[in-house]
Ligand binder design. Structure first.
Ligand SMILES: CC(C)(COP(=O)(O)OP(=O)(O)OC[C@H]1O[C@@H](n2cnc3c(N)ncnc32)[C@H](O)[C@@H]1OP(=O)(O)O)[C@@H](O)C(=O)NCCC(=O)NCCS
Length: 173
């Protein structure tokens, strides 16, 4: 199995698997109440916890892909992540993204998500990609709509009732 630690590149971004050097930025992201508002995950308590989470992240070895850290080509630390995750509960591959608030509203999530979908279909040869988001997360829903995903209704996941969005490889041909 090929392991894609390097993700797609966009006009403004590079994407790669996180490493211990990204722990500070990963902590900032996952301890920010505005970022975490709609994720229903607990806030990350420390840089050490963030480092442990990065170092024990199994997805690249297990599936060959995962969530990639996003970096401005202009330079600087990680600004967020975007990427793919296999969800055994749905036997499906999910796109997810999260950016530090100072980078919101510049089209960066859309840019990263669009490149991720294209990578999933063209490089990984996936036939469908899904996304899960709670209905209150209007910004995330807008990103999903802008990359061509359609709502397939509410599902049960992790004790929540998120909306499931889908896009098929055929629709991109
Ligand atoms: C969701 C998120 C990644 C969007 O990042 P971003 O870089 O600002 O996204 P973009 O600039 O590419 O596009 C956002 C779109 O949503 C719109 N939007 C943002 N907030 C909105 C809101 N509260 N209501 C309606 N639309 C909203 C923007 O206007 C834009 O649409 P437009 O281009 O038509 O104007 C970012 O807000 C984030 O990291 N949120 C916290 C983590 C999260 O919730 N992740 C998703 C979990 S499912």
């Amino acid at each position: 199995m090929e392991i894609y630690r390097t993700g797609p590149t966009t006009d403004r971004l590079t994407m790669r698997a996180m490493n211990a050097d990204d722990a500070e930025a990963f902590y900032r992201l996952n301890s920010d109440a505005d970022v975490m508002r709609f994720t229903h995950e607990p806030l990350c308590p420390s840089v050490d916890e963030a480092r442990t989470a990065i170092e024990s992240y199994p997805d690249f070895e297990r599936y060959g892909y995962g969530r990639w850290g996003c970096f401005l080509k202009a330079g600087g630390p990680m600004i967020g992540f975007c990427g793919l995750k296999y969800l055994p509960e749905f036997d499906a591959v999910d796109i997810g993204y999260r950016l530090l608030p100072e980078y919101w509203g510049r089209g960066l999530a859309t840019e990263a998500a669009h490149a991720t979908i294209t990578f999933g279909f063209e490089t990984l040869k996936l036939r469908q990609i899904i996304a899960l988001t709670i209905a209150e997360n209007a910004g995330s829903i807008r990103v999903l709509e802008k990359i061509g995903m359609r709502c397939a209704g509410a599902v049960e996941y992790d004790g929540l009732k998120p909306l499931k969005y889908v896009i098929d490889a055929e629709s991109k041909r």
